[in-house]
Design a protein around this ligand. Structure first.
Ligand code: HEC
Length: 98
């Protein structure tokens, strides 16, 4: 019973977390409010990229396989705790930024 309650709690938390805008709150300091900046003056600008491309980058950082500006480890830390659904939601939000 305890296990089920815990599983439901986690499911609830991750459902709430799959809100692209809320999840990207921590990205804006580096990437800009609408992902329009080169993060830390180093990254490729995310704004204007497709959701699929952004999601692929996030997954690659999580897997530790992307490191374009020597700052891949920093991005890995940003996405380490994000689920696939979270990353999809953030990618969709970022791609829709005007
Ligand atoms: C502390 C600053 C910082 C924060 C916070 C941050 N990023 Fe980044 N991001 C970077 C840097 C630096 C790079 C370049 C990494 C590299 O060397 O490949 C980058 C790269 C990226 C790229 C790849 C761009 C490209 O096409 O090469 C994406 C996508 C991205 N970040 C998305 C995000 C998302 C989404 C978040 C929030 C969950 C986030 N970032 C939070 C600094 C940050």
């Amino acid at each position: 019973m305890k296990k089920i309650a815990l599983a439901m709690l986690f499911a609830g938390v991750s459902m709430m977390a799959a809100d692209g805008k809320a999840l990207s709150a921590k990205c804006v300091a580096c990437h800009g409010a609408s992902f329009e900046k080169a993060a830390l003056g180093k990254s490729v600008i995310v704004k204007g990229q497709s959701a699929a491309a952004i999601e692929a980058s996030m997954k690659a950082y999580k897997a530790g396989t992307q490191n374009k500006a020597g700052m891949g480890a920093l991005m890995k830390g940003q996405v380490a705790t994000m689920s696939d659904a979270d990353m999809k939601a953030v990618a969709a939000y970022a791609a829709a930024c005007k």
